[in-house]
Design a protein around this ligand. Structure first.
Ligand SMILES: Nc1ncnc2c1ncn2[C@@H]1O[C@H](COP(=O)(O)OP(=O)(O)OP(=O)(O)O)[C@@H](O)[C@H]1O
Ligand SMILES: [Mg+2]
Length: 235
């Protein structure tokens, strides 16, 4: 099995004046194609910091990150942005939609940057909007949509470039239980269709949708467990 994510000794520090805050202290992790991984851990343990590195939104202070066979750990920002646009779909807790654009326009936006023609953009965006069940709401703006619908738009936007990796940082953090389950069903479908999914959550119920649970504590991996059967976890 080939690794889509290979992390070796990943470190990340922030400097507050002269004081160094070590947030990630040496993360080794391999994630294979089509895996479905939940990343858990206490607040401040470094989950979002790690997700931002995985998503090429930030660079590590040390260590190696090989994404789909490409060493991205020392890449310059421009190249990193290219890799991000091609390889990664990111879903955030706060949806991060542009308020003046319709659902369809929000979903099509990554294709504008990719230089796809208007006609093709609309067709491709409509296709993923259908996948998340929002056909009827495609011409509405975010403030005319529910939280769950906004998150569907954000998921469709993450999928529109056909990325090899879907990352989601607490995608159900702003949603009620029923809506969270619907959103998790969509992630399940994405994974079943062959994609690789990594998501952060605080909730065990949400994490149980994944096939593998990685727990962080104080910037290190505390445990990494693959599910072998329903409700059954082993190292
Ligand atoms: N840009 C930054 N500058 C300085 N410190 C930061 C920065 N970003 C994060 N940190 C610190 O790094 C640590 C880890 O933060 P991170 O956001 O990765 O945690 P988390 O596990 O995602 O927490 P939560 O569950 O609350 O979202 C925290 O102590 C945080 O204050
Ligand atoms: Mg976080």
């Amino acid at each position: 099995m080939s690794s889509i994510i290979h992390l070796e000794g990943i470190r990340k520090s922030y400097f507050m004046g002269k004081q160094e805050l070590q947030v990630l202290k040496g993360i080794d992790l391999d994630i294979h194609k089509n895996e479905y991984v939940a990343l858990m851990g206490p607040s401040g343990s470094g989950k979002s910091t790690l997700m931002n590195i995985l998503g090429c939104l930030d660079s590590p202070s040390g260590g190696q990150y090989v994404l789909n066979g490409q060493d991205v750990s020392k890449m310059a920002d421009d190249n990193l942005a290219d890799v991000r646009n091609k390889e990664i779909g990111f879903v955030f807790q706060q949806f991060n939609l542009l308020p003046r654009l319709t659902a369809l326009e929000n979903v099509a936006l990554p294709l504008v940057y990719a230089g796809v023609s208007r006609k093709e953009r609309t067709e491709m965006a409509m296709e993923v909007i259908k996948k998340v069940g929002l056909e009827e709401r495609s011409h509405h703006k975010p403030n005319e949509l529910s939280g769950g619908q906004c998150q569907r738009v954000a998921i469709a936007r993450a999928l529109v470039n056909n990325p090899s990796l879907i990352l989601a940082d607490e995608p159900t953090g702003n949603l009620d239980t029923k809506t969270s389950i619907e959103i998790m069903q969509i992630f399940g479908e994405i994974q079943a269709a062959g994609n690789t999914v990594v998501l952060v959550t605080h909730e065990e119920d949400i994490a149980n949708h994944a096939h593998r649970i990685v727990r962080l504590r104080d910037g290190l991996i505390e445990s990494d467990k693959v599910k072998v059967g329903i409700g059954e976890l082993t190292s």
